[in-house]
Ligand binder design. Structure first.
Ligand code: GLN
Length: 194
């Protein structure tokens, strides 16, 4: 299978690596710039985006990650990972930066505090039936979608929670913790095709 890295600075990278391995991809954990050279695609996990951002700069990964995204490497961000991929952030902490790439405006913690976490079923046409069971844990919402990005999923109230743009994919929720493998399959196909 294709070589898919998981950014392992912070967050639920082990869950992603487990799903990738189950699906036959060659998963590796990425903490150093040179580890980016050995992968064909990257997942940025859930966690805390402000911490991930700081660590990415401390470990010298911000510039190489931005270059890899600009060069067309497939990248899938879940929750904090979606925040890292957004061009524009709302409710970021002071000085927080994103890597960018996705032509979207994303609001952090849009659904309130940890105890307002919720689960719902989403119709996602590119993944077909049945609906995707989605878990939101202090997740972000995509507040606006620019012309380069495409909406993949919305909540029943119309709020956007999954987007795609070329080789980039982002979800406000966490398929890696629900036994839902279709997003990872979809991403692995993108990696194989790139
Ligand atoms: N609230 C977190 C952030 O701002 C994201 C939460 C998550 O990844 N589950 O980065």
């Amino acid at each position: 299978g294709p070589r898919v890295g998981v950014l392992a600075l912070q967050g639920d990278f082990r869950e992603h690596a487990h799903v990738l391995t189950r699906l036959g991809a060659r998963a590796s954990l990425v903490r150093r710039p040179d580890e980016l050279e050995a992968i064909d695609g990257l997942i940025i996990p859930g966690g805390e985006s402000s911490v991930m951002d700081k660590l990415s700069r401390t470990f010298g990964l911000q510039a190489p990650l931005k270059s890899a995204i600009a060069a067309g490497m497939p990248v899938y961000g879940t929750c904090a990972g979606l925040i890292m991929l957004a061009d524009t952030l709302l409710d970021a902490i002071a000085g927080q930066q994103s890597l960018g790439g996705l032509d979207v405006v994303v609001r952090r913690n849009a659904f309130g505090s940890q105890n307002q976490s919720f689960e719902t079923d989403l119709d996602i046409p590119v993944l077909g039936d049945p609906p995707v069971h989605a878990v939101f844990i202090r997740g972000p919402v995509v507040e606006s979608v620019g012309p380069k990005a495409t909406v993949l999923a919305t909540l029943s109230d119309g709020r956007v929670v999954a987007v795609e743009q070329g080789n980039l994919l982002g979800t406000s929720f966490h398929p890696e913790i629900t036994g839902e493998y279709r997003f990872h399959e979809y991403f692995i196909r993108k990696v194989a095709a790139a």
